[in-house]
Design a protein around this ligand. Sequence first.
Ligand code: FPP
Length: 259
Amino acid sequence: MIKGVKGEGENPVSTASRKPRHIAIIMDGNGRWAKQRHLPRHAGHKAGVKTVRTCVEQCVNHGIEVLTLFAFSSENWKRPEKEVGLLMGLFVAALKMEVKRLKRNNVQLRIIGDRSAFSNKLQKLIVSAEAATAGNTGLVLQIAASYGGRWDITEAARKLAERVKQGDLLPEKVTEELISSELSFADLPDPDLFIRTGGEQRLSNFLLWQSAYAELYFTDLLWPEFRVDEFLQALGSFSCRLRRFGKTSEQVTGENPEI
Ligand code: FPP
């Protein structure tokens, strides 16, 4: 359903561009949410799953094409073993429980990241959940798990280096487009709106290449508190941004420059 339009929008100020095609979210603050309530961190992650559902519903209602959620980073493997185990258990439970709902809502599920790091059971569940929703034509929901932007770029570089080694590619033929084509979700548009909850204002190794021109939206709200109103606020903020993609404001608005 989605053509592989990467990078620069065709008409950055058209009405259509006021709505993001692709939203990427760093879901931060589950642990602090739980701590504030004297609950174990895991309770925060569980509460976070509810917000995931809310955001998926909102994206479906607003005709957003792609939603990418950062569920577990390459670096999160360094967390205490118990928390990692509980998070993996939550992914397994969510995959088992949510597939029916995703199918009902015409949502296509994809997992991006280094899945070789997961247990065999989780890998099998991922394959079957993706297969069960592969024919859906609505929202593409991408869960980034065991994912890192540097990992993504390194994988692409390795594949291209292999082609050079095989004599199949000349180094001077390596372009931005070619690198993009080897990254995760090469067939989908790049994120337009990049949201991070939880008060931190950094990218934390999420979609580094693909978010080069994303509009950033930071909120102090903790992820379990990020509900419909806040989601709409982020959409509203995006709709007011003038996306210039390196050009001048006059070039993108068509106004006469006063030079
Ligand atoms: C960051 O909060 C959150 C995570 C590392 C995990 C996110 C997982 C979920 C929302 C639940 C599972 C999601 C799916 C898609 C099944 P944090 O723990 O870093 O919070 P803190 O900064 O307050 O400590």
